[in-house]
Design a binder for this molecule. Sequence first.
Ligand SMILES: [Zn+2]
Length: 359
Amino acid sequence: MFTRLKKFQPYPSCSGFYIDYVSCNLGIFLCKECAVIHRSVGVHISLVKPLSSKSWHLSELNFLEKVGNMAARENYQKHLPLSYRRPTSLDPLVVREQWVRAKYEREEFSQPNRGSYRLGHKEGLLWKKDKHKATYKSRKFMLSGVDNCLMYFTKNPKKPKGKLNLFELNVTFCPAKMENPNGMQIVFYQKGEVRCIFVYAEEGQEIVSWYNAIRAAKLNAQLVAFPHETEAHLAAQVTWDFANEGWLQKSGPSASDPYRRRWFTMDRRHLMYFENPLDPTPRGMIFVGHRFDGFSVRRGVPPGYVQLPFGFTLITPNRRYLLFADNNEELARWFNVLDFVVETEPGPLDLPLSSRRSS
Ligand SMILES: [Zn+2]
């Protein structure tokens, strides 16, 4: 039985490698991670069964052969907008869970006009972190596809406290950093400065809806601004996740400076560092250019400096940054991420933001 089914459907439709489960009522094949999510949404939506099961009804097998992942996708994703984030197995739980719920429970992508994120307009309340305190306040947010902006309000309901141009902002989920399963970071880039805003919604559906509404509105704006680009090409980079984040020790400009512990974020070609992970603005930013322009990364730090374990050196045309990870795993990750950036030619979106003074 196992072989018959495996032969018929060798790979899951997600980014997972192996099929270990099926959904009997949906007629699809699942990897382990997706099976956990399917189970959590309930048997009325998806009836999960391990492939290793010994008992199969002929009708179940026939149904699985008849539907399968391709036909199910045809049906359940017929009207899936290009701007909607398709999750991978590495995505936060809220994204993967809401994907399953949107697709099979609410059937948002089987119908042409379901899901408020398609409209390019959205307003509602989100919990927003205070700029300098660890407290969150309920704030009204408004997304306007007409004005290409995201606004938020404090006391005055008529006059926005912040008005962020969609071309200058990015959104990404950051549940671990915020210690909140529905945490989302809005990064705003303007005049060489970076501003981070941290928000969450009580419901997973709501935060994922905001995220996809912002993506949809931004993609629409980009389609108008860049008429020669294809929608698929623009959608692939309409928002982006950070290549890596974490604590590092960083040297000052001279050998006698003490090392400081900073929270580092690799945002496309900008390595930003913060005093604390949820700070509104970075202490500094290092533009990481191409190898041909004098950028490189090396393991270890030059002699004459205090030597700590797990060190590496980021070399830019102006300065050498001595950095130290907490362990070998993190060192390898930072090294690979930076090495990849250095070896990749900058694209039109990778222009340097003028960096602030570092410390
Ligand atoms: Zn999967």
